[in-house]
Ligand binder design. Structure first.
Ligand code: PLP
Length: 443
């Protein structure tokens, strides 16, 4: 297979691609060369409908001139400033703006460059808080099976996806809640599942009794587990986790790397589900993925405790590119667009409803055992093929590409998380192409 860039043939020998079957890709490359709005364009000029907002991240769609102008202007004015011991105004402006958007008193922002770095940072903040209080034994974290918190050793330790754990093991004291999803009672649900929330949350009490609360720093959950298969929290689940954490002095962390910035129909899933965590991680939609950026927000009592113990450096942590001026400029421009175009409301409105109805309508396809989701995120799950568990998602990703659609394959499920600008016509196009792809793959 030969492909071209700027009229020169491309070699597939040197770029080792992440989470990709590299050798297979070199035989059947899926290249995108440009993008605008809801579409990518291949080098051959074919249109690919972006039903995944890139990787759950281009929430504003592609090619936003306003962000390009803001980044360009910032580059000319100040290309870089260290944020260890020095500051630049945009980082403070962005922190203030995010603090106003975030629920409760999640008023304190620490900047990173990715979701994985945000997970590391959140756990370090939890440790710093307990240490400041003299609770130095609290180092264990409780996470969940099927969780994804990125790929650094912290994220892998927290994570609950078997393949990732098998590859790199566990490097922090983490235990995992087992129950994630009761498909037998909740299949084909739009929105929060009805059953199992309290039982699932009460498993936390067993783990606390087992390890003792005095050893546990935090519980971390994605409000909707994304990479694990778009698993929505059953009714009452997050509220009950909040109660149990409060009873035992354990911090509650929400990983909103996917759910933040409108995906669930509000700015953050914490608002959608009515539960405020103590620490929240974010990334992706914060700049609509135009410039890498992540952030961690924490509540006032955490910052106050950590700051109270030191007059010098309070927190021995940071990244060269924390609060990079170009990322701050991109984020401020992105937040302007979210506001002006009212995009959270759009996600919770009729187009989001239409997307969910469309996913439910695919129930008649062969082997479909579930369709689920809310607002602008959803999944369809298939009964695995005999002897080939986990194969359907990857096969559908490839065949959907042939049909001009980008989706995400997650084991035997597929996920969609389109940009918040999607129109009804795009949903129709998706349904049509997806039906054809399933026919090719499963016939
Ligand atoms: N947390 C969640 C919930 C994610 O979905 C992801 C990535 O998809 C991450 C963390 C890691 O983010 P990154 O790939 O930016 O490191």
């Amino acid at each position: 297979m030969t492909a071209y860039s700027r009229n020169k043939p491309i070699s597939f020998d040197n770029h080792w691609m992440p989470f990709t079957a590299n050798q297979d890709f070199a035989q059947n490359p899926r290249l995108v060369q440009s993008a605008k709005g809801m579409h990518y364009l291949t080098p051959e000029g074919e249109e690919i409908l972006d039903m995944t907002a890139g990787l759950w991240c281009c929430n504003l769609g592609h090619g936003r001139d306003e962000i390009a102008d803001a980044v360009h202007g910032q580059f000319k004015e100040l290309d870089f400033a260290p944020s260890f011991n020095f500051g630049h105004p945009l980082s403070f402006e962005l922190s203030e703006r995010l603090a106003k958007m975030l629920p409760g008193d999640l008023n304190n922002l620490f900047f990173t460059n990715s979701g994985s770095e945000s997970a590391d940072t959140a756990i370090k903040i939890a440790y710093a808080y307990h240490d400041a209080k003299g609770d130095t034994g609290r180092k264990r974290i409780i996470s969940r099976q099927r969780a994804y918190h990125g790929v650094n050793f912290c994220g892998v330790s927290l994570g609950g996806l078997t393949a990732n754990r098998r590859a790199f093991g566990q490097w922090l004291p983490v235990d995992h809640l087992n129950s994630t999803h009761d498909l037998s009672r909740n299949s084909f649900t739009i929105g929060q599942p009805e059953y199992g929330g309290a039982d699932m949350a009460n498993e936390l009490e067993n783990l606390i009794a087992f390890h003792d609360a005095s050893t546990i720093a935090a519980v971390i959950v994605e409000p909707i587990a994304g990479a694990g298969g778009v698993l929505l929290p059953p009714k009452g689940y997050l509220k009950r986790l909040r109660e149990i954490c409060d009873q035992h002095g354990i911090l509650l962390i929400f990983d909103e790397v996917i759910t933040g910035f409108g995906r669930t129909g509000k700015a953050f899933a914490a608002e959608t589900f009515g539960v405020v965590p103590d620490i929240m991680t974010m990334a992706k939609g914060i700049t609509s993925a135009t410039v890498p950026m992540g952030a961690v927000a924490c509540r006032d009592f955490i910052k106050e405790a950590v700051f109270s113990t030191s007059q010098g450096i309070e927190f021995f942590h940071g990244y060269t590119y924390s609060a990079h001026p170009l990322a701050c400029a991109a984020s401020l421009a992105a937040l302007d667009i979210y506001d002006r175009e009212n995009l959270w409301d759009r996600a919770s409105g009729p187009v989001g409803d239409k997307l969910q109805e469309a996913l439910q309508s695919l129930k008649d396809l062969p082997r479909v055992i579930d369709a689920r989701g809310m607002a602008f995120i959803g999944a369809i799950e298939f009964e695995p093929l005999e002897g080939k568990p986990g194969a359907i998602g990857a096969a559908l990703l490839k065949e959907c590409w042939n049909q001009g659609i980008m989706i995400r394959g997650l084991g035997d499920a597929i996920a969609v998380s389109p940009p918040l600008i999607m129109e009804e016509a795009h949903i129709e196009r998706f349904v049509d192409g997806f039906r054809k792809a399933v026919k090719v793959v499963l016939d």
